[in-house]
Each structure stands twice: as structure tokens, then as C-alpha cells.
Write a protein that binds this ligand. Structure first.
Ligand code: NAD
Length: 291
């Protein structure tokens, strides 16, 4: 069994990005500049955005953090997006989700210029991905694909089961895995799927992205399968100082011994997401997606 080390892979990807930024600086080219828009004071969002800003510093990007109180109106936020769309200094930007209830996330995402949509949530980028055109791919599916490629995991003709059909993880990863060149035969499962146990037991590759702690048990996995665990659930624990711990969607102790490859939680898919965002920003600066 090979443990897929997302932390190490993310560090490698970030050092490659930092090297490229150095090259760009040496050639006198523009340094990538990522902006993040943060609304309100949600603890999780604050932590995520702070992590993104810090990561920018690490790889030599410029970054701008734009903050609004959670009383900001939808129009004010749309005006801010309009300005960022036009600002030639900004190569890419994100609006940290979730947003307060009085603001339509759909409207906000659609207002972002697809050329600067480094989160890959704008329907133009989603559509381009589905059509197999160059597109900004959302961070989590991008991170999973990067792990699969960098660990040399065989995908052509493999039976792949994705559990979960959300727009940010399950559905995009099911599309990417079925793309030409990756060539998995993908089954996309969800809460209404029947015989999930039997379907999983036939899979060569399982991507678990449903958000139910330790859902995938040993009996659902065949010998030699590859298991990618996307789930993150915070549970109370009397064994940690903080009083809580993170669990994935996979019952690791039962499943891992049967696997050829498996991602742990934490330290698997999670650490890849920031590196993916930086990579998209680099692609944007270099005009690699929209020429
Ligand atoms: P979501 O709630 O939007 O979607 C969950 C999906 O799972 C739904 O499509 C639903 O149909 C399916 N589902 C629910 N119960 C099921 C069941 N019993 N059997 C089969 N399918 C079932 O969740 P999401 O945003 O896609 O996130 C999923 C998990 O991944 C969460 O734990 C989330 O915290 C985690 N996540 C991790 C990362 C990361 O960086 N590692 C990123 C995004 C999300």
C-alpha cells in the first residue's frame, strides 16, 4: 500500500511555482497577483483566506485582500468585482464562499470575468472543462488529478466510482476522470444511488466525496483499489489537545490494507487545494488558458 502524501506533493508543486516566478522576475515579466475578497468574519473563511495570502508570499506572488463587513450589499460586492475584472494589475481573484444569505452566490460567481476566475467556479470555465477546452479547474478536482498523475496511477480503462455529485468536487472530478487521455469508465454515485456497496466493490478507483465520516468501509473496497478520500468532518476527540480531530469519508484502518494507493485525512487531498489555486493564478498571468 502506498500512502499518497498530499502535503509533500503540494510543497513540490509550490516550489515549482516559486521557481517559475523567479524565472519570470529575472526576465522582467509581471509577477502574478492574486486578490481575495472576504465578506464577514466567519472563522473558517478567515483561516482559508489567511492561508491563501500566506501561500502567495511563499511563492513570490503579490496579493491583495479586500474585506467587507457582512452587511455589504450585493451591489457593492458586484461593483468590487467589476473593478477587479478591469484592474490590469490583478491576474486572478477569488470571492471566499460562503457569502451571507442576502447575497446570491450564483450572481457573484457569474460576475467574475472567466479569464480571472482562478477558483474555476464560473459557468464558462465549468463548460469549457466539460467540452475538454483549456479552463481553470476548481482547486479540489485539480488537486486530485495532480495527485493521480504525479503518483503515476494508471487510469485508462479503469472502473472509477465517484461518491458525491456536488459542483465543487464530485461532478467535476467525474468529468475529468472520464476525459480523453485519462480514460476512466466513471460511475457517479449520490444519495439516491442503489446498491452503492456492490458498485464500490467493483471499482478500481474510488473517490469518496460525500462528507460522512468513515462511510467507506473495508467490505466496500476490492483488493488493490486506489482510494481518494476527499471528506473532512470535524469530530470531538478526547485524544487531542484541541478537543477535536478530522475524519475522512473512509474508514482508514479497514480500507488502507486493501489498497494499492490511498490518501490520508488530514494530509491527502486537502493540502493540494492552495497549490492548485496558485497554479491557476500562474496560468492566468502567463495567459495559458485564454490566449
Ligand atoms: P456536498 O454536501 O455539497 O455534497 C455531498 C454529496 O454526497 C451529494 O451529492 C450527495 O448526493 C452525496 N451523498 C450524501 N450522502 C450520501 C450517501 N449516503 N451515499 C451516497 N452519496 C451521498 O459536499 P461537498 O461540498 O462535495 O463536500 C464533500 C466532502 O468533501 C465534505 O466532507 C467536505 O468538507 C469535503 N471537502 C474537502 C475538500 C478538501 O480540500 N479536501 C474540498 C471540498 C470539500
Amino acid at each position: 500500500m502506498i500512502l499518497i502524501d498530499g502535503k509533500k506533493t503540494s510543497e513540490i508543486l509550490q516550489s515549482e511555482i516559486a521557481q517559475e516566478v523567479d524565472n519570470m522576475k529575472n526576465k522582467g515579466e509581471k509577477v502574478p497577483h492574486l486578490a481575495a475578497v472576504l465578506v464577514g468574519h466567519d472563522g473558517g473563511s478567515e483561516t482559508y483566506v489567511a492561508g491563501k495570502v500566506k501561500a502567495c508570499e511563499r511563492v513570490g506572488f503579490e496579493s491583495t485582500l479586500i474585506r467587507f463587513e457582512d452587511t455589504v450589499s450585493e451591489k457593492e460586492l458586484l461593483d468590487c468585482i467589476g473593478k477587479l475584472n478591469l484592474d490590469s494589475k490583478i491576474d486572478g481573484f477569488i470571492v471566499q464562499l460562503p457569502l451571507p444569505k442576502h447575497i446570491s452566490e450564483e450572481k457573484i460567481i457569474e460576475a467574475i470575468n472567466p479569464h480571472k476566475d482562478v477558483d474555476g467556479f464560473n459557468p464558462v470555465n465549468v463548460g469549457r472543462m466539460v467540452a475538454g477546452l483549456p479552463a481553470f479547474i476548481a482547486a479540489t478536482p485539480f488537486g486530485i488529478m495532480e495527485l493521480i498523475k504525479r503518483y503515476g496511477i494508471e487510469t485508462a480503462g479503469k472502473n472509477c466510482v465517484v461518491i458525491g455529485r456536488s459542483n465543487i468536487v464530485g461532478r467535476p472530478i467525474s468529468i475529468l476522470l472520464s476525459q480523453k487521455g485519462i480514460d476512466c469508465t466513471v460511475t457517479l454515485c449520490h444519495s439516491r444511488t442503489k446498491n452503492l456497496k456492490e458498485i464500490c466493490a467493483e471499482a478500481d478507483i474510488i473517490v469518496a466525496a460525500l462528507g460522512m465520516a468513515e462511510f467507506l468501509t473495508g467490505e466496500m473496497v476490492k483488493q488493490g483499489a486506489v482510494v481518494i478520500d476527499v471528506g473532512i468532518t470535524r469530530v470531538v476527540s478526547d485524544k487531542t489537545k484541541s478537543g477535536w480531530k478530522l475524519l475522512g469519508d473512509v474508514k482508514f484502518d479497514e480500507v488502507a490494507p486493501k489498497c494499492s494507493y490511498i490518501t490520508p485525512v488530514p494530509g491527502g487531498v486537502g493540502p493540494m487545494t492552495i497549490a492548485s489555486l496558485l497554479y491557476n493564478t500562474l496560468l492566468s498571468t502567463k495567459r495559458e488558458i485564454y490566449k
